[in-house]
Design a protein around this ligand. Structure first.
Ligand SMILES: *Cc1c(COP(=O)(O)O)cnc(C)c1O
Length: 429
């Protein structure tokens, strides 16, 4: 018997011969093979074999208006005719800087980059330059990009593939990175006080989105704010996921805790490569050419990403009052229905959620940090994931990622998703 391969399977086989693991970012690969997408619109992805999926990965978070949102696509089309890269400043960059400063509480000044990793890397450098100190602190399970000194217990891909540390990172590089458990205020206080002479910055995802959804316990972010302030340590909120997702002003607005600096990305680009780091004037003034901290990029503030960014952020600003409550109620409805399903099936799994992000963990115990997340059964999650795919629902392919909702997800989508969850969960019992 000749087994007929799908087009995705054939593409994956071919890709693997030239591209390491067949993918250009590790978490995209899963067993037996990932589907290859041909087209995306609203809440749906369509693969090269013509299958349609309700998408909860949404490009790992950015597509909050759904795929191919009309206002962003039109703005980009208009820009393309006028050129795509100038190497000079533009009026739109100034407009975007003004908008970001208006929307994000900690943003007094802003520098644009192309990716979230560049934003966090640059923010850390600025914090070091500003304080004249060397060490940084990060939290287990928080991901800030795939570069040397933050790639320690970094969640998502690294967690899925069991490589919290990567080969190719010199020990010396991570010697200045202190890693702390999330949600442990006592150890935090002890360590910050002990290290205050050396500690330049603390960087944190205020809600962790890179090991599934993990929420800060009440008072944790406030304690972190007080301790960093009292010990002259720069507090950086990495809001690459939470920015424009938890609220228009991000987690810092949602939790009312204002960091010294913040990083933005993902949603900010409306589906194009765009990110930023922002902060107090006093700190941001250290950046070249004004100050002595070097930061640069050919594609920083490129005209295409900037118009995409303006289109989405202006839309979110203009619809702020209805948009975020609507997103939240979609997510609450989803979580409520999923909880009912778990009850009907007599399964005790954990669901964490906030605003329009959620994840179901295959464990019976509450999940509040890296250690508790690691107790979740990722093999069972992947069986469940496969069951969902067969039913036309696509979740990010890892227990340690976050499911996102978009405004394009309809009540019907949610209903169908919940039915699919029920069927797929029954398979894993
Ligand atoms: C995705 C992500 C990054 C890295 O952004 P890239 O655009 O992939 O470089 C940094 N921080 C957080 C919290 C992220 O989720």
């Amino acid at each position: 018997m000749v087994r007929i391969m799908s087009k995705s399977e054939r593409l994956f086989e071919k890709a693997k011969r030239m591209v390491p693991g067949g993918v250009n970012s590790p978490v995209r690969a899963f067993e037996p093979y990932p589907f290859f997408t041909k087209q995306a619109k609203g809440s749906r992805l369509i693969d090269v074999d013509g299958h349609e999926y309700i998408d909860y990965c949404l490009g790992y978070g950015p597509m909050i208006l759904g795929h191919a949102p009309a206002q962003v696509i039109q703005a980009v089309k208009n820009q393309l005719e006028n050129g795509t890269l100038y190497g000079t400043p533009t009026e739109n960059e100034v407009k975007l800087a003004e908008l970001v400063c208006n929307l994000v509480p900690s943003a007094e000044m802003v520098r644009l980059t192309s990716t979230g990793a560049e934003a966090t890397m640059s923010a850390i450098r600025v914090a070091r330059g500003y304080t004249g100190k060397k060490k940084i602190m990060k939290f287990e399970g928080c991901y800030h990009g795939a570069y040397d000194y933050v790639l320690v217990k970094a969640g998502s891909g690294a967690t899925t593939f069991g490589m919290p540390d990567s080969l190719g990172i010199p020990e010396e590089t991570v010697r200045n990175t202190i890693v702390m458990p999330f949600n442990d205020p006592d150890r935090l206080e002890e360590t910050i006080k002990e290290e205050r002479e050396n500690l330049a910055a603390v960087i944190i995802e205020p809600v962790i989105g890179n090991i599934g959804v993990v929420l800060p316990k009440e008072g944790f972010l406030e304690t972190l704010r007080e301790l960093t302030e009292a010990n002259d340590v720069v507090l950086i909120f990495d809001e690459v996921i939470t920015g424009f997702r938890l609220a228009l002003g991000g987690a810092q607005e949602y939790y009312r805790v204002k960091p010294d600096m913040a990083t933005l990305g993902k949603i900010m680009g409306g589906g194009f490569p765009m990110a930023a780091f922002v902060g107090k004037t006093e700190i941001m003034e250290k950046i070249s050419p004004l100050g002595k901290v070097y930061q640069a990029g050919t594609f920083n503030g490129n005209p295409v990403s900037v118009v995409a960014s303006l289109a989405i952020l202006e839309f979110l600003r203009d619809n702020n009052e209805s948009f975020y409550p609507e997103m939240q109620s979609k997510c609450e409805r989803m979580v409520k229905l999923l909880t009912q399903v778990l009850g009907e099936l007599n399964m005790k799994l954990q669901i964490n959620s906030v605003a329009s992000m959620f994840q179901m963990f295959f464990t019976e115990k509450p999940v509040y940090d890296y250690a508790s997340v690691k107790k979740a059964d990722s093999k069972r999650f992947m069986d469940f994931h496969r069951g969902l795919l067969e039913r036309g629902v696509f979740l990010p392919p890892s227990q340690f990622e976050t499911c996102f909702l978009s405004i394009a997800h309809s009540d019907k989508d949610i209903k169908r998703t919940v039915d699919s969850f029920r069927d797929a969960l029954e398979l894993t019992k």
